[in-house]
Write a protein that binds this ligand. Structure first.
Ligand code: NAD
Length: 274
């Protein structure tokens, strides 16, 4: 073995050194960053797409079709998506990312729609796929914030109606705080589904941050959702070191293999000892 080649065991100290030396850090997160908060990822073995395939459930057109033809299935899908987010609190990984701001200028770019980075205390968060916790109308006009309690109330109503005979009209009533149409036009959660454009100005800001950082920490993402997945390459081609964190086998040059909630606090302690 070439002693000049770092072994996988070197990844943690090298990642810590990279963070310590950084001028500007970007933390890029995907569904895995919230897995330890009880929010399932979509693509893993027990992921949501197994039961609710994205061809049907990841576009507005598909959701409208399911709602009209199989309201009970739509209700079950909404419970599966909303309930974990309604109950979630930040995990040690989210908190370590927020703590990093005490040491470096940090921009968080997240594909997640769960608001947990803000709850953990991160101050600059670009939600490139939007957020479940905001309701918008035509052309993305902001209407109101939705709290986790609001989500929980919707889930409770949905649970009651899946237990009885489900009819579309009861479903429409239960989800009215989340989505619907009325005299003022229609409203919906501010999330980006397949076929939608990226959330703005979050996406433009995210691309700029990726170009401008020198340490890019990618946490809990499979890198299979585009255009989000180009951001690590954007950072790398502008000279940044890219650190990846997640349970998958090493893909990148500096990979910390394991759960983010365990590894991120450890990385922070090593980079910035008390
Ligand atoms: P993904 O489901 O494609 O991949 C998740 C990745 O996280 C996998 O590589 C998995 O190995 C890894 N992972 C699992 N547990 C982990 C842990 N404890 N620590 C670190 N990594 C872990 O997710 P994606 O790449 O984010 O793409 C899915 C899309 O679905 C995104 O666009 C996102 O908007 C959306 N989504 C959001 C949420 C959320 O808001 N919390 C949850 C599911 C999906």
């Amino acid at each position: 073995m070439d002693p000049a080649q770092p072994t996988p065991g070197d990844a943690m100290p090298r990642a810590a050194e990279c963070l310590r030396a950084a001028r500007k850090v970007v933390v890029f997160t995907g569904a895995g960053a919230s897995a330890e908060s009880g929010i399932p990822t979509f693509r893993d073995d027990s992921g949501l797409w197994r039961e609710f395939p994205p061809e049907l459930f990841a576009t507005w057109r598909g959701l409208l079709h399911i709602g009209a033809s199989r309201p009970e299935t739509l209700a079950r899908f909404l419970i599966a998506v909303l309930d974990p987010v309604a109950r979630a609190v930040p995990n040690p990984g989210h908190r370590a990312i927020a703590e990093l701001e005490a040491h470096k200028p940090v921009t968080v770019i997240t594909q997640n729609i769960d608001g947990l980075h803000q709850d953990a205390g991160s101050t600059t968060v670009h939600e490139i796929h939007g957020t479940l916790l905001e309701i918008v109308g035509r052309q993305g006009r902001f209407i109101r914030v939705l709290s986790r309690q609001d989500l929980q109330n919707i889930v409770t109503q949905l649970q009651q109606i899946v237990e009885g005979r489900i009819v579309a009209i009861r479903l429409l009533r239960a989800i009215r705080p989340l989505a619907g149409a009325g005299l003022g036009g229609w409203h919906r959660p501010n999330v980006v589904l397949f076929e939608d454009r990226m959330a703005e100005p979050a996406w433009t800001n995210a691309e700029a941050a990726a170009r401008d950082c020198d340490c890019f920490l990618s946490v809990g993402t499979s890198g299979s959702v585009y255009p989000a997945a180009i951001l690590p390459d954007t950072a790398r081609s502008n000279g940044a070191a890219v650190i990846t964190v997640g349970p998958d086998a090493p893909g990148g040059e500096l990979h910390l293999q394991g759960p983010a909630g365990l590894l991120l606090p450890r990385l922070l302690r090593l980079a910035f000892p008390a």
